[in-house]
Design a protein around this ligand. Sequence first.
Ligand SMILES: [Fe+2]
Ligand SMILES: [Fe+2]
Length: 404
Amino acid sequence: MRIGLYGGTFNPPHLGHMAAARSVAQALELDRLILMPDNIPPHKPLPEGSATPVQRLEMTQVMADRLSNGQTRFVASDLELRREGRSYTAHTLEELRRAHPEDELWLLMGTDMFLTLHQWYHPELICKYAHIAAFGRTQAGEEGFAEQTARLEREFGAVVRVIPLPERFVVSSTQLRDALRAGGGQELLDQGVYGCILRHGLYGVGKDLKRLSLEDLRAASCSMVKARRLPHIRGTETEAALLARRWGASEELARKAAILHDCTKYWSAEEQLQSCEKYGIVLDQMERSMPPLLHAVTGAQVARSVFGMPEEVCQAIRSHTTGRPGMGLLEKILYIADYAEPSRSYAWCERLRELVVEDLDAAVLYGLNVTIAHNRDRGNPIHPRTLETREWLLAEGVREEPVG
Ligand SMILES: [Fe+2]
Ligand SMILES: [Fe+2]
């Protein structure tokens, strides 16, 4: 296996880091690239107002998730953060080498680091444990690269490779933090990383989370979920907006409900249960035994207490997995949007999309029946609220379509 290590303060991780990581992973055909935030960097003390180590790790995890592709798995590591005192690359590489005795290790670094590598703590060990991948602005690197390469080869028997970096992504972290403090900088960040900064109020970005614009709300939600969920969330928002216009609901509230509806989807069962306990939410037997359903409960609570959403939005999020007898317009819209959004490709979605334009209630009933049939086929339990919602719609005289 070919493994790369890319360390940095990642304060914050930005598009420059991502472009470098992507270019090197591709050029070296890495199987894995470890992104490792430094603990206390030997070269530079962290500036005031920086993110905490845990927050830098969280942002690095978001970056790793966004970068992963079919060829390279990008992972964030807290190895240096867990270590007491100063962090030295030689120690980190020694530990990595021990864990991967047979693998090819590459240490990634930018110009400043590369040109001073001979002055680092035990450069001979660094060059013994790993090959060096230096990224520069040209094919040959930058001024001094050839000289430095020769020196490292001569003095430490290093194996060096220079990887050209896409010019447009050369970003200064100091300038980026200044830009963030002044209300800009988003264009230099992945949306999810910016969402972390927003949610934690880092680098002087002190926006009121209860009054975020739709764009900022999207970033905040994006920072809480995995990349593979994003097309679904975007699709749900588009569909919810469409249905709100069709059925005369508030488009803005429909969008907000859709943006946040799955925001706690990736919380562990333990986190879900802890959050319910914290907010005094009483769970029924079924919810307790089926943690995947809990994201509707905790998502509604986060929408309320963190993002200050109106009750209508919270209720729609609360009902989006099971439905609810007596559900209102926004609840129905989110329930259907979650099912009928464009990235879903089940055979019955087509019929649901047609039906919802003609008759919203019939579409909800159809959706409930699909859920019931799907779970029955798999021998899964069906939440009683789903069955009750179906009974309620039938009692209201809603048209029932057979599920094909
Ligand atoms: Fe969901
Ligand atoms: Fe969803």
